[in-house]
Write a protein that binds this ligand. Structure first.
Ligand SMILES: [Zn+2]
Length: 199
């Protein structure tokens, strides 16, 4: 803890959180590299309580703007500590570039997380170039097909069950001696075996 109420960077006699993170000469140079409208908004809000100030920022900015404010506050705090306690100085441009890179990395991570679940192609999908579409949330999807042999003596039906993420749950295949008419019943039987009530 500092024992004097003077900013060690610019000798200002007011050294509270808003001076350290927004108004000190050193951090002003970082803020000046951000979008003018956003910086004006940050400076115009003069609520003395840090927590209330942050709440006001959450309410009055878009999500990406608020994120930019937070990362800039965090980076300037780190740079300021380095300068005061370790006499290591970083240029405002380096700090600004760090925040930009950090925000870009965050955006990349969120984009990856929002990707739809991977689609598992089945043999049938590959043949017809159709893509498996996930079912409604919370439901399992049963894909069923049936075929009859060329001489019409035998038939078969098969059913595959996947959950909403395309994860294989189970399958069933039956060869029958007569005409194939029960594929839907087989699908429902599989659903019951797998304990899936929503299909
Ligand atoms: Zn200062």
């Amino acid at each position: 803890m500092a024992d004097v109420d003077v900013c060690p960077i610019c000798n200002s006699t007011v050294d509270d959180w808003s001076h350290a993170l927004i108004n000190c000469n050193m951090v002003k140079c970082v803020w000046s590299l951000l979008e003018e409208d956003l910086v004006e908004h940050v400076i115009a809000c003069n609520i003395p309580d840090a927590k209330l100030w942050l709440l006001e920022m959450v309410d009055s900015t878009k999500e990406e703007e608020f994120l930019k404010i937070l990362v800039t506050l965090w980076a300037t705090w780190w740079v300021r500590r380095k300068a005061i306690h370790e006499q290591e100085y970083q240029s405002p441009l380096s700090t600004y570039c760090f925040t930009e890179k950090y925000l870009n990395d965050l955006a990349l991570i969120s984009a990856k997380e929002e990707k739809p679940p991977a689609v598992v192609p089945s043999r049938m999908d590959l043949g017809s170039r159709r893509t498996w579409a996930p079912p409604v949330r919370g439901c399992a999807k049963l894909m069923v097909d049936a075929a009859i042999s060329k001489n019409h003596e035998k038939g078969a039906y098969a059913v595959v069950c996947r959950d909403e993420k395309g994860v294989y749950q189970g399958a069933s295949a039956v060869v029958v001696e007569d005409q194939v008419t029960a594929e839907i019943l087989e699908a429902l039987a599989l659903a019951s075996d797998l304990n899936r009530t929503k299909v």
